[in-house]
Design a binder for this molecule. Structure first.
Ligand code: ADP
Ligand code: C5P
Length: 243
């Protein structure tokens, strides 16, 4: 009953019609742009919906021994680095309300770990990753598409810090990989996918206003206007625009 209430649309002509499927949000953007931070901020404000966060990184192909030997020549920023078929199959299952097992990826060994993460069906599914807006089949699953737009120098600085502290790299590795693969692939695949976004968020997690507006929009979809404390009287119409 609770779920049924949560899945009621309340706006427009179809007021009162239960939403048949979860609300899917895609969050794309360059490396270290703040995608995960934005997702966590959205989740923390969505108190009354069941929300799940899926990382595209979980679907990296495990490198063969051969490729591992030459890992500095491997482009992790190319669409082919991901197992998109598996990603699509997991997302379709979640959309149908089935539970799924999502692989866990280890950035230090460049492999999926033995264990996987069991994910239950949810009202809101957030899919984040550098290339989630690249493939039209993945885009077609989404009800809302977001691009996190953060300056490249800020992203590189964050990436150096994160990869040396958390992902087992040294500064030289990070800079070499950035120049050889990360920057060119950003320009070839990630930046062009910005045009598919409904919402572009400058400055990522620093942009509280954008996060509040997004949460407000999701709440209107679930008929939870009263639970949105910010801008309670504003009905937000989203098209492709920059907040
Ligand atoms: P992405 O998911 O796009 O790779 P993250 O949200 O994981 O980005 O952020 C990458 C790194 O930058 C993390 O170490 C995070 O703590 C840091 N970071 C993210 N947003 C901010 C911010 N607004 N201010 C300072 N550091 C940030
Ligand atoms: O968290 P973020 O969006 O930055 O993760 C994507 C980045 O992870 C890519 O830019 C890719 O270069 C990097 N990556 C890596 N090593 C791996 C897998 C991904 O450096 N084994």
């Amino acid at each position: 009953r609770m779920k049924e209430q949560l899945l009621m649309k309340s706006n427009g002509s179809d007021a009162g019609v239960p939403l048949k499927q979860p609300f899917v949000i895609g969050v794309a953007g360059g490396t270290a742009s703040g995608k995960t931070t934005v997702c966590k901020m959205i989740i923390s404000q969505l108190h009354d919906q069941r929300v799940v966060l899926i990382h595209q990184d979980s679907f990296y192909h495990t490198l063969s021994e051969d490729k591992l030997q030459k890992v500095s020549k491997y482009n992790f920023d190319h669409p082919d680095a991901f197992n998109t078929e598996l990603l699509l199959s997991c997302m379709h299952k979640l959309k149908r309300g089935e539970e799924v097992n999502i692989p866990n990826y280890d950035f230090k060994t460049h492999r999926s770990t033995e264990s996987s993460r069991k994910v239950n069906p949810s009202d809101v599914i957030i899919l984040e990753g550098i290339l989630v807006l690249h493939d039209h089949r993945v885009r077609d699953l989404m009800n809302m598409k977001i691009f996190v737009d953060t300056d490249s120098d800020v992203r590189l600085a964050r990436r150096i810090q994160r990869d040396t502290l958390e992902r087992g790299r040294n500064i030289q590795n990070v800079l070499d990989q950035y120049a050889r693969f990360v920057k060119p692939s950003f320009e070839e695949f990630i930046l062009p996918s910005k045009k598919f976004a409904d919402i572009i968020i400058p400055r990522g997690g620093d942009n509280d206003v954008a996060i509040d507006l997004i949460v407000q929009h999701i709440c209107t979809k679930f008929g939870q206007h009263d639970l949105c404390k910010i801008y309670p009287n504003v009905f937000v119409i989203f098209s492709t625009f920059q907040i």
